[in-house]
Design a protein around this ligand. Structure first.
Ligand SMILES: Cc1cc2nc3c(=O)[nH]c(=O)nc-3n(C[C@H](O)[C@H](O)[C@H](O)COP(=O)(O)OP(=O)(O)OC[C@H]3O[C@@H](n4cnc5c(N)ncnc54)[C@H](O)[C@@H]3O)c2cc1C
Length: 516
C-alpha cells in the first residue's frame, strides 16, 4: 500500500524522539519473532473470512468446456471484471479459473485500504498531463462509497469502514510531504478532496507520539479485504458465473474465433475472449508477449515485490484509550511505507516497511515466509505504538505486489484483441481494481468507445525495466539503500551523501520509484 506523498531528504532533528527507543524496539521485535510464523498458514484475513463463510465448493473443471469470456485469476481484478461483464450482459457465459482459492492472492491478504487515486494525483498528471490525469482520478472518484453501497446491497459483510485515508508524517523528513499533492489539486480545482491536519489533529485521531502532521482523504474507506473477495465470489456465483478454484492455467493459444485456455489438470476452456488478471504472477507468465510485439513479456515492465503484515490480538479498550475509533486507515510518507488500520474486532493490522524484490518473475517463499520482512512490519508497529508494548502480535503474512515503472496500473489487449490484461497496481489495487475490472470488461466486449476503455492507462506502455539479472540486482541494491536511508530518517540519524544519491537513482533513470 505505497503512498504517493513525497518525503524530503534532510530535515531538522526530531525533538520528539526518545532516547533508548532503538533498543526497546529491537527487544520487542525479537520477542515478536519468537511466536510469529509467516507462511505457516493462510493470512489472518482469509482465515477469518473462510471461517465466517466457506462458500459453496468451486472444484476444477471435469472436462473441456466453452465460455464467452475466460478470466484467469480470482482476485479483485478478475472478480470485478466478471461483475462488470454480468452488468453489461447478464447472459454472457463467464468462467473464472483460479490456481488457488478466490482471494488466495493479494486480494485476500492486503491492508484493506480502499482508496481512490487522489493521493496519486501528481503521478497521474506527470504521466498523462493535467487534463487526462484528472480524468483518470475522476474515473475512480467515489469508489469507496460505491463499494460500501454495493456490499450492503448484496449482503456482503465486508466490514466496510468509513474514516478516510490519513497520510501522516512520522519523522521530520516526512513533514509536509503531501504539500505537492495539495498544490496540484488546487490547480485542478479538486482541493476539496483533501483535509490537511495539524499534528494535534492527527494525534486526536490516533494518539501515537510518533505521528506528526498529516492530510486526510476523507472519501476513502477500509474493508476486511478477504471478505470483499469472498463476497464477490458468492455474488458472481449467484449471477451464474462459473468459478473453478485449484485450477492453474498453463497457456492460452489462439484458435479460430477465439482462444483455447489450457489448465495444469488437463481440461481446456474455449472462449471468444480471455482476460489475464494475474497481479505479480503476470511477470512469470509463460510467453507473456504471445509474439505480438509486447517486448519480452509482462516481466519487462514489472518488478515483483513482497509486502508483509502483522496483526495484534483484539485490543478494543486500548484503541479507545488512544482515541483511534474513527476508522482512519493511516499511512506514513516513507517510500517503503507503513500502513496501519484498525479491524472490526478491535485489532491493529500493520504492514509494510520493506519487503523484497523477486528474480525473473518467480514468486517463491520470499513472498510468504520471509521473517526479515515480517520483522520490518513489526518494527514499524513497535515504533509507532510504544504504549502497546505489552500487546501481542498474533499473526504475520506476506503477499505479492506488481510494481510498475510509473507506479500505475496499465491495461491492454493482444492476440488480435482476444486476450486482455491488467496489472501494475504497485501495491494499491483494492480501489483501482474496481476500475480495472470495468476497463477489462469493456475490452473483452470490444466496447472500445466506452469512456473507461479510453482512459490513458489503457494501452499505455511505461518505460521498461532493465533485463534480468540487472533488474533483480538493481532492485535489490536500491531496496537496501532505501530501507537503510528511511530507517536512519526514522531514528533521526545522519544519512551519508552516497546513500542519498543511491536512493535517488531510480528517479534519475526515469522510474517513479524511491524517495524524491
Ligand atoms: C500485504 C499486502 C498489502 C496490501 N495492501 C493494500 C492496501 O491496503 N490497499 C490497496 O489498495 N492495495 C493493497 N495491496 C495491493 C492489492 O492487494 C492488489 O493490488 C490487489 O489485490 C490486486 O488484485 P488482483 O486481482 O490484480 O491480484 P490478486 O488478488 O493477486 O489475484 C491474482 C490471482 O491470480 C491467480 N493466479 C496466478 N497465476 C495463475 C494461473 N497461472 N492460473 C490461474 N490463476 C492464477 C493467483 O492465485 C491470484 O489469486 C496490498 C498487497 C499486499 C500483498
Amino acid at each position: 500500500m505505497p503512498t504517493a506523498a513525497k518525503p524530503r531528504h534532510a530535515a531538522a532533528p526530531d525533538p520528539g524522539r526518545r532516547p533508548g527507543d532503538r533498543a526497546r524496539v529491537r527487544h520487542l521485535v525479537a520477542r515478536d519473532l519468537e511466536t510469529l510464523r509467516p507462511g505457516e498458514q493462510r493470512g489472518w484475513w482469509l482465515r477469518e473470512a473462510l471461517a465466517a463463510d466457506p462458500g459453496t465448493a468451486c472444484p476444477p473443471p471435469q472436462g473441456d468446456a466453452t465460455a464467452d469470456v475466460v478470466i484467469v485469476g480470482g482476485g479483485y481484478t478478475g472478480l470485478w471484471t466478471a461483475w462488470w461483464l454480468t452488468e453489461a450482459s447478464p447472459d454472457l457465459r463467464i468462467t473464472i479459473l483460479e490456481a488457488d482459492v478466490v482471494g488466495g492472492g493479494a486480494s485476500g491478504r492486503n491492508g484493506g485500504f480502499l482508496t481512490a487515486w487522489w493521493d496519486y494525483l501528481p503521478a497521474l498528471v506527470a504521466n498523462f498531463g493535467p487534463e487526462r490525469g484528472l480524468e483518470s482520478a475522476l474515473a475512480l472518484d467515489g469508489v469507496a462509497a460505491w463499494v460500501g453501497e454495493w456490499a450492503t446491497g448484496h449482503g456482503v459483510d465486508a466490514k466496510w469502514q468509513p474514516g478516510g485515508t490519513l497520510v501522516a508524517s512520522t519523522s521530520p523528513v516526512q513533514d509536509d510531504a503531501w504539500v505537492g499533492i495539495l498544490e496540484v489539486a488546487e490547480q485542478l480545482g479538486v482541493r476539496d478532496r483533501y483535509q490537511p491536519l495539524s499534528p494535534e489533529e492527527v494525534r486526536g485521531r490516533c494518539a501515537s507520539p510518533v505521528l506528526r502532521g498529516g492530510m486526510l482523504v476523507p472519501g476513502d474507506a477500509s474493508v476486511q479485504p478477504a471478505r470483499l473477495a469472498r463476497g464477490l465470489r458468492r455474488v458472481l456465483i449467484e449471477r451464474g458465473v462459473t468459478i473453478h478454484e485449484g485450477t492453474r492455467v498453463t497457456g492460452i493459444r489462439p484458435e479460430a474465433g477465439g482462444v483455447r485456455v489450457t489448465t495444469a489438470l488437463g481440461p481446456a476452456i474455449r472462449a471468444s475472449h480471455a482476460v489475464l488478471a494475474l497481479n505479480a504472477w503476470a511477470a512469470g507468465w509463460p510467453g507473456g508477449g504471445f509474439g505480438t510485439g509486447f517486448g519480452t513479456g509482462f516481466g519487462s515492465r514489472m518488478i515483483t515485490w513482497s509486502s508483509y503484515m502483522v496483526v495484534t490480538e483484539p485490543i478494543p479498550d486500548r484503541l479507545e484509550a488512544i482515541g483511534w475509533t474513527g476508522g482512519e486507515a493511516i499511512t506514513d510518507c516513507r517510500f517503503t511505507n507503513h500502513y496501519f488500520r484498525t479491524t472490526h474486532d478491535g485489532r491493529i493490522a500493520f504492514g509494510g516497511g520493506g519487503g523484497r524484490a523477486g528474480y525473473g518473475g518467480r514468486l517463491g517463499s520470499w513472498v510468504t515466509d520471509d521473517r526479515a520482512s515480517t520483522a520490518m512490519a513489526a518494527r514499524g508497529f513497535r515504533r509507532l505504538f510504544p504504549m502497546l508494548d505489552d500487546v501481542r502480535l498474533t499473526d504475520a503474512w506476506g503477499g505479492p505486489i506488481d510494481i510498475a515503472p510509473n507506479h500505475l496500473p496499465s491495461f491492454g489487449s493482444m492476440e488480435g484483441g482476444r486476450v486482455h490484461w491488467g496489472h501494475g497496481y504497485s501495491g494499491t489495487g483494492v480501489g483501482p481494481s474496481w476500475l480495472g475490472g470495468r476497463i477489462l470488461a469493456a475490452l473483452a466486449q470490444e466496447r472500445l468507445d466506452d469512456p473507461v476503455a479510453r482512459l490513458p492507462m489503457v494501452g499505455h506502455r511505461a518505460r521498461p525495466f532493465p533485463p534480468e539479472p540487472l533488474r533483480f540486482l538493481g532492485a535489490r541494491v536500491i531496496r537496501e539503500a532505501i530501507v537503510a536511508k528511511e530507517q536512519r530518517d526514522d531514528e533521526g540519524r545522519y544519512v551519508p551523501p552516497p546513500l542519498r544519491w543511491l536512493v535517488r537513482l531510480p528517479r534519475a533513470m526515469g522510474y517513479d520509484l524511491g524517495p524524491e
